[in-house]
Design a protein around this ligand. Structure first.
Ligand SMILES: NC(=O)c1ccc[n+]([C@@H]2O[C@H](COP(=O)([O-])OP(=O)(O)OC[C@H]3O[C@@H](n4cnc5c(N)ncnc54)[C@H](O)[C@@H]3O)[C@@H](O)[C@H]2O)c1
Length: 337
């Protein structure tokens, strides 16, 4: 199979490409990435001379270019990871988020509409599209829950998901969609919580926590996410949405405590900063559908996964150090928006 992966230089995309080629050695991957600041070429350095891997620097919003790539490489299936992915950035520069996260997937849908060879286009979405819930809620978001992202990031992802669904309903485009909780693991850009806090500890910087640091997230190891996408590509039913999560919730405060404990740090290393606007309280996914229908469940427990992830950043300083300067996120900018 010729698999077109978009955003393959990003955190989840690069983990997915490495995972897929290991598990499916006869397939070929075409990685289309426009190379924003979040793209890290060296994630896929090991594939440099691998005949099964091709990289094309291109924008998923460019219809002509995407059509050319799909024809040239005889693409059978598309997996769309490409996105602007940082909530805080979306508050400063919303336009680029709606462009890639909505018009990007709509362009890929249009390319698929005009190409009968493509048998499936899978879109990667996020739990944030369901809006948020109270901290003490007993509910979970299932796949039927109304969409309602609160930030430009989450609402642009919700718009993209709706566009994919509309192409299925209107034109019968062979889509599947997955809606995943927060991921952690190796190769995550050091502007995101876990690598940010680990790099801050290693470089003597404080851990910056929002005032509402009791807000929770559901954490899934990126390798379990890759396995779930694999299950959907192989067994998922066209037109369906699948939630992917672990059920393990930790607040930002709890994550910071785990990291402080790992480094024998103390409370004084925490600094409270104002929360960003539209900071969501909590999302928790109901993942019965993917477990019941596709027999997927997470294999990495959080306690092991978080320690091996911290170890990875400790042992791969050369990977994240040059990226720190590239980060465009400033968590103290809110008074100006
Ligand atoms: N990270 C998480 O915890 C998480 C959780 C659920 C869902 N998701 C979703 O998973 C996907 C991947 O997330 P990530 O954390 O790996 O993101 P990331 O920011 O690490 O990587 C995004 C990649 O997309 C590329 N890209 C951006 N705009 C593009 C464009 N117009 N054309 C081509 N390439 C473009 C970037 O260069 C980058 O390599 C996103 O769709 C995100 O919404 C992420």
């Amino acid at each position: 199979m010729n698999l077109l992966v978009t955003g393959g230089y990003g955190f989840i995309g690069s983990n997915f490409i490495l995972y897929w080629l290991k598990e499916h050695p006869n397939d070929r991957i075409i990685n289309v990435d426009v190379c924003t600041y979040a793209a890290v070429q060296k994630n896929l350095e090991s594939l440099k001379n691998d005949e099964r891997y091709v990289m094309v620097k291109a924008d998923i919003c460019n219809y002509e270019m995407m059509e050319l790539v799909v024809d040239l490489y005889q693409v059978d299936c598309i997996v769309n990871f490409a996105a602007e992915s940082h909530n805080s950035n979306s508050i400063i520069n919303p336009t680029s988020f709606y462009r890639t996260n909505l018009l990007g997937i709509q362009t890929l849908m249009e390319v698929t509409r005009n190409n009968s060879r493509i048998k499936r286009i899978h879109h990667i979405s996020t739990c944030e599209v369901y809006g948020d819930m109270p901290l003490d809620s007993d509910n979970k978001f299932d796949e039927e829950h109304a969409l309602g992202g609160n930030s430009p990031y989450s609402s642009s992802k919700a718009c993209g998901q709706l566009a994919a669904r509309a192409y299925y309903k209107t034109y019968g485009i062979p889509i599947t969609i997955s809606v995943c909780s927060n991921n952690y693991g190796p190769y995550q850009f050091p502007e995101k919580l876990i690598p940010l806090f680990v790099s801050n500890m290693l470089e003597g910087r404080p851990l910056t926590l929002y005032a509402e640091s009791n807000y929770k997230r559901e954490w899934l190891h990126v390798e379990d996410h890759c396995r779930a996408i694999e299950a959907i590509l192989l067994r998922g039913k066209i037109g369906e949405i699948y939630n992917i999560g672990s059920g393990v919730e930790k607040s930002v405060e709890e994550i910071s405590d785990i990291i402080l404990k790992y480094f024998n740090g103390n409370e004084n290393q925490k600094v409270i900063v104002p929360s960003r606007p539209s900071h969501d309280r909590r999302y928790l996914l109901d993942c019965n559908k993917i477990t019941r229908e596709l027999l997927w469940k997470p294999m990495i427990n959080f306690e092991d996964g978080i320690i091996s992830t911290i170890d990875w950043y400790v042992n791969n300083k050369d990977w994240w150090k040059p990226l720190i300067e590239k980060s465009t996120v400033n968590e103290r900018k809110w008074e100006n928006v």
